[in-house]
Design a protein around this ligand. Sequence first.
Ligand code: TXA
Ligand code: MG
Length: 316
Amino acid sequence: MRTLMGQDIAHAASLLTAGQLVAIPTETVYGLAGNALDGRAVAEIFSVKNRPSFNPLIVHGHSAAQLAPYVKTWPTMAQTLADAFWPGPLTLLLSKTDLIPDLVTAGNERVAIRVPNHPFTLSLLRQLAFPVAAPSANPFNYISPTSAQHVHQQLAGKLPYILDGGPTQVGLESTIVGWEAGQLLVYRVGGLSLEDIASVAGTPTLANQPTSSPSTSGMLKRHYSPHTRIHLSHVADWPMHSHGKIATLTFQSPPAYPAERHFLLSPAGDLAEAAQHLFALLREIDALGFDLILAEPVPDMGLGRAINDRLRRASA
Ligand code: TXA
Ligand code: MG
């Protein structure tokens, strides 16, 4: 199959309507989209990604109103969060109705829903008669794509079209929240900070950390990984002598360490900028054939929490 890249929203809409897959830009990362109500399209998503079917997919719509028929109950707090942050990098886990195929949720009783914030994709979603299921458009276990080129490098030949909306603005996957016994839980830290959530919904609790065996959230400990080995700790705890070709990855300034190259996430010391560049930088380093990446956590606040989470998973 030939994979074209472009900005033709009408073409993307007609492919999706015909049951085919299209990679779509969002503010977080690119998604691999298919009709969420069409079991065959959903099965094709799992197969293109090489993703195990126990790992469920997020359903994307253009508005909370469009998504309403797919959830049974809409708690007041969900409405408050949706009003405050949609379109945006927030995913809500809510009880699903029968309209959502079980394959989408991997048999879970809840479905993950979100309204992404990208003008092309919002326009596309408004042209469709259905919401789309979309995981990040990377092969299972690799870093999420933050540009159309990233998608093309890894999935060319496996889907007909990539809607090119430029590099993504946020750069980290959405924050996933849900409720258990009335308590607000965060299942994945991401592009919306806990501080932002707390400002409208009170301080949320972090759900149990992911394990190597898939649990209710379907999230895995080792994930988002480049091929190059990563060691993550404070510079003072880095190994004194490392053999081979070493790269360092730090937040704002280069460390005093004898490495072949130093990579910085944000020379200006801006966590949002660091988040925006993280995945592209990891891909770049991965392509340069280093033996080891020595990485230091960024300040653990705001988007820094999600950056550290991704670095931890990449180094697991
Ligand atoms: O920013 C994002 O969320 C991107 C863009 C494309 O929207 N999507 C994304 O999808 O990161 P994915 O599939 O790579 O990650 C979604 C995560 C998975 O860890 C999955 O286990 C969890 O959401 N998830 C999805 N549906 C779920 C459900 N019904 N119950 C529990 N966890 C769910
Ligand atoms: Mg993913």
